[in-house]
Design a protein around this ligand. Sequence first.
Ligand code: AMP
Length: 356
Amino acid sequence: MLAPGSTIGILGGGQLGRMLVGAAARLGYRSHVFTPEAESPAGLVTPFVTRAPFDDEAALARFAAAVDVVTFEFENVPAATAEFITARGKPMHPGPEVLRITQDRLEEKDFLRSVGVATTEYRAVNSLADLRRAAQQIGPRGVLKTVRLGYDGKGQVMLGPDSDLAEAWRRLGGAIAILEGFVDFACEVSVIIARNASGADATYSPVENRHVNHILDTTVAPARIAPEAAIRAEAIARHVADRLGVIGLLAVEMFLTRSGELLVNELAPRPHNSGHWTLDACATSQFEQHVRAICGLPLGSTARHCDAVMKNLIGDEVERWREWIADPSAKVHIYGKSEARPGRKMGHVTRLLPRG
Ligand code: AMP
């Protein structure tokens, strides 16, 4: 067990890192952020920052020597970075193998299928000929996604019966991709689960996510789904976390189809945007839970003291903070990014509601 006073190394300097630093600080831990960015949301809230590219071995060695455990706040940390740190004898949670699987959509889906979890139909696509074949097998409506480095709808092209496949393939820039069958879902849900080294786990209530332009816009907690579907969603998350051997948090994004089937869309082994509501509405936030899991502390209660609706403040939506800050039922979080570019997550606001 790593006691308060220890130092947590965080790879990545975004808002998830920033909120992790806050939760760690409350429990008496120090955080050391490793980020290539000159100014980062997480780097603004701790004095311990290494600013260097992820392949700078000298900087990584100094970082590894200065921390007691390493985690990450985004899953595109290069595999070589993770290996370098663990080779220096520093524990990394979740581990490099979890990172390897979840940073590659094809590996992730193959893994899910191998442990008996339902996903959308998918095919690997390495060329235009592959894409034509895959489209024939999967049907006219699909989503072509890069296998690596896609997020918030980047590296994705929606395909319909009239789509020009050559043009779609060009738009992805020839990157290795997968074609997924389009799911006409009733709603999107996610479950955030924490698991510690002794295999104990704790799940938050499934939540409902609404995306706009492929970016999460709103999370409704708890999800307005049948109790039986919520139980199934939590069981899927528990099974996946266990089979992956995650130490830390795992977010499991799922589609609930109109026939009631749950298909896993994506995994994220870290705090997740759809768990931000837990900061204000739960006994233990997802960020504190991640700290507890990676430091070997007992997991906290995931009990919800109220219902909540979380709205992301994207781009210049953040300028509406004055409205929200004057609302007694709203909790405003702003990430300290200096430039409000379109599509950029600038903050979020959680409206607290009586428990339904
Ligand atoms: P992803 O990056 O895979 O999480 O995709 C971002 C969003 O695009 C999802 O949350 C869905 O709203 C939509 N989407 C992705 N894949 C599919 C799919 N196969 N069928 C329908 N909608 C999808």
